[in-house]
Design a protein around this ligand. Structure first.
Ligand SMILES: [Zn+2]
Length: 312
């Protein structure tokens, strides 16, 4: 496995020089506004990012998906968009609608459904090949705006608070450890998260599979159990945050008038940066709204405990 940092760095330089849309949208990040909400042991941020409206408000029902040309298929991508081939079957692209200063979309070369079970190992390998990035996965019903085309995203490390919060006491507790793998739990973090950390790629895959099969029993009617995953590779260890979900979008997303808040939670929101593409929502959202949204879409810490006991 080689380090793709240099090639991806060149891709960014090239695209920000030669592709107006990308250059303008990355420049716009200078104007993004952020509010901080402090909790006893951590902070959450709300970011006003109008460039994300297409993604946040994307219609992802089967009929709408079928009716549109897939924007991740090569034949429909903008002609200015270049990529770096990753292995035989993926291409690394600059995301032209960024949240991060460095925001990538890593797209399967074939138009195939967004599914994590057969592709979890690809995510681990990507994280190792992109050590400056957190690689994340949005399930087909948890924020992926192309649920019919397999893809991951990656953003420069240090942006999502979950990265710094991991390991902090009293938020995080080591639940179990085996050779090359650890299972960590979270407390009072407002959203149920399971974290795996370790050097043993195979043990991590096996633990994720056990968790997945157990979670699948809770959501048998879904294409896959609902989840977001954020992973990075640091000091020889993978750190994998799995955020199981019970709902895609909270009730305020569908409300009318003053109760409406367009916030469609996906990995970055779960990582601690909630994206509001409408300024009015950014200005009016309260910590009560945030708590309500997280309660609606996430599992409780007790539910996480029952899903993760004895998986390693
Ligand atoms: Zn496609």
């Amino acid at each position: 496995m080689s380090d793709y940092s240099a090639r991806v760095g060149e891709l960014f330089d090239d695209q920000l020089k030669g592709w107006d849309l990308a250059r303008d949208n990355y420049r716009q990040l200078d104007n993004v506004m952020t509010r901080k909400f402090s909790y006893p042991c951590f902070d959450l941020f709300v970011q006003f990012n109008p460039g994300r409206i297409t993604s946040s408000a994307a219609k992802v029902d089967a009929r709408s998906i079928e009716a549109r040309p897939c924007f991740l298929c090569e034949k429909n991508r903008p002609p200015q968009q270049r990529g770096v081939a990753y292995e035989d079957d993926f291409v690394i692209l600059v995301n032209p609608f960024p949240i991060f200063r460095r925001h990538l979309t890593i797209v399967s070369e074939s138009h195939t459904d967004q599914r994590i079970a057969p592709n979890f190992v690809t995510m681990l390998d990507l994280a190792r090949c992109l050590p400056e990035y957190s690689v994340f996965y949005n399930g087909p019903q948890c924020g992926a705006s192309a649920p019919d085309h397999l893809h991951f995203q990656a953003g420069n490390r240090g942006f999502m608070p979950v990265e710094q919060d991991f390991g902090k006491k009293p938020l995080c507790t080591l639940q179990a450890a085996n050779e090359g793998i650890e299972l960590w739990s979270w407390e009072e973090y407002r959203r149920g998260i399971m974290t795996l950390r370790g050097t043993d790629r195979y043990a991590l895959m096996r633990a994720f599979e056990k968790f997945y099969l157990r979670f699948e029993l809770m959501q048998p009617d879904r294409p896959e159990p609902m989840l977001n995953i954020i992973t990075c590779y640091s000091d020889g260890n993978w750190i994998i945050h799995v955020i199981p979900r019970k709902l895609h979008r909270p009730s305020c997303f569908f409300a009318e008038g003053k109760d409406k808040i367009v916030l469609s939670p996906a990995s970055v929101d779960m990582g601690g940066v909630l994206i509001t593409p409408r300024e009015e929502d950014y200005l009016k959202i309260t910590s009560r709204d945030i708590n309500d949204i997280l309660d609606q879409v996430c599992l409780t810490e007790d539910e996480i405990e029952s899903l993760t006991s004895d998986i390693i």
